[in-house]
Design a protein around this ligand. Structure first.
Ligand code: ACO
Length: 339
């Protein structure tokens, strides 16, 4: 007996996934190292030598993560020529959601008018944008969705202890976005890698505010609702994890470091990027760096850097581009994109 062959999406060939447009947004207010000298016992010289950061952007009073994310999304939609009504799914990577729920992605949906989109947030700290990119890729390769808006957005100024010089000099606010679709022609994501190590959660975390330590006057008094970080250990883990993630996607794709036209790393600390460049034996001009102007904007950092690299012509059609990130969790991820 001839069995019927249903034409479901499971029978379709896998599709490649391309970034067809990018956008970003940073708040107007600039906070310089000189201004931080007035808040905590620090100096421009210490911050620049140890981190490479010169200034960062701080959200205006009342400006939320979804406000910034929506502005980045609108820029990415304009850049891609895609209308908000065409978006099937909105993913927002963030650790500073407007509220515990609804998701920040739902707030973005209503702000940009993406009526048919499904929406949810992705939590992977600074690695969130690449985690969300990988989730989006799975939906597109499987023919579940055609057009996905991926956003990395964070308002770290809302979770920083402004009395703690160990952390408050490092972070800033902003958002970056990308529109993903199958484009064909050999373009798109070539290889991806994600990894995590929950054993090291405590070297970079916010202990209070969740169900484990709900916000009480006592917890607030101990600043448990702000970022706590073991800087030295984070630094070491970041270098090792980002190199491992980069090697993994190179191995999968059969490419070498020399084949990469542009590397867009997480923007946490210039010394971390220099250490990676030196171990890859690549010149620093191959790396996109903008942390001097924006500091570490968590999930937004690599997305803002991607948009800047795209708009300034850092990558040309046919180039191989490596994105590589690291964050709390611990988490790390990498992607090679054939631009
Ligand atoms: N200004 C002046 N002095 C400072 C400051 C500051 N802002 N911050 C710390 N110090 C002091 C410390 O108190 C310490 O003083 P002590 O020796 O008297 O105790 C001294 O400077 C040295 O401190 P270290 O922590 O040893 O400095 P280090 O060289 O490791 O640099 C830094 C610190 C910049 C935080 C570095 O460890 C780093 O970049 N780590 C990675 C951080 C990171 O990337 N975090 C985020 C990644 S993941 C994510 O994005 C969420």
């Amino acid at each position: 007996m001839n069995r019927p062959q249903p034409r479901t999406r499971h029978h379709l060939p896998k599709r490649t996934v391309s970034i067809i447009g990018t956008g970003s947004y940073v708040p107007e207010k600039i906070l310089t190292n000189a201004e931080l000298e007035k808040l905590v016992d620090t100096s421009d010289e210490w911050i620049v030598t140890r981190t490479g950061i010169r200034e960062r952007r701080i959200a205006a009073e009342g400006e939320t993560t979804s406000d910034m994310a929506a502005k980045a999304a609108i820029a990415a939609l304009e850049n891609s020529g895609v209308g908000a009504e065409e978006i099937d799914l909105i993913l927002v990577a963030t650790v500073t959601p407007d509220m515990f729920f609804p998701s920040t992605a739902c707030f973005v949906q209503t702000k940009i008018g993406a009526k048919k989109a499904a929406c949810f947030d992705v939590s992977a700290a600074c690695s969130g944008f690449l985690y969300a990119l990988e989730v989006a890729q799975q939906f597109i390769t499987s023919h579940t969705y055609n057009t996905i808006l991926v956003i990395g957005a964070d308002k770290l100024s809302s979770i920083v202890d402004w009395k703690d010089r160990n952390t408050c000099v490092l972070f800033g606010d902003g958002a970056g976005a990308a529109v993903l679709r199958h484009r064909g022609g050999g373009h798109g994501v070539v290889a991806t890698h994600m990894g995590s190590n929950g054993d090291l959660a405590e070297i970079l975390h916010i202990p209070g505010g969740g169900c484990k330590s709900p916000l009480t006057a006592e917890n607030l008094g101990q600043s448990l609702n702000t970022i706590q970080m073991n800087g030295k250990e984070t630094y070491k883990q970041a270098v090792t994890a980002m190199l491992g993630a980069a090697n993994s996607v190179l191995e999968q794709s059969g490419l070498g470091f020399d084949d990469l036209a542009c590397i867009i790393p997480h923007q946490a600390n210039l010394r971390i990027i220099e250490a990676i460049a030196s171990r890859m034996n690549l010149p620093m001009d191959r790396f996109m760096v903008n942390l001097d102007r924006f500091g570490n904007t968590s999930a937004a950092a690599v997305a803002i850097a991607l948009d800047e690299a795209h708009r300034t012509g850092r990558m040309q059609v046919g180039d191989y581009v490596l994105l590589v990130v690291f964050g709390g969790g611990l988490t790390w991820a990498s992607s090679i994109i054939h631009w």
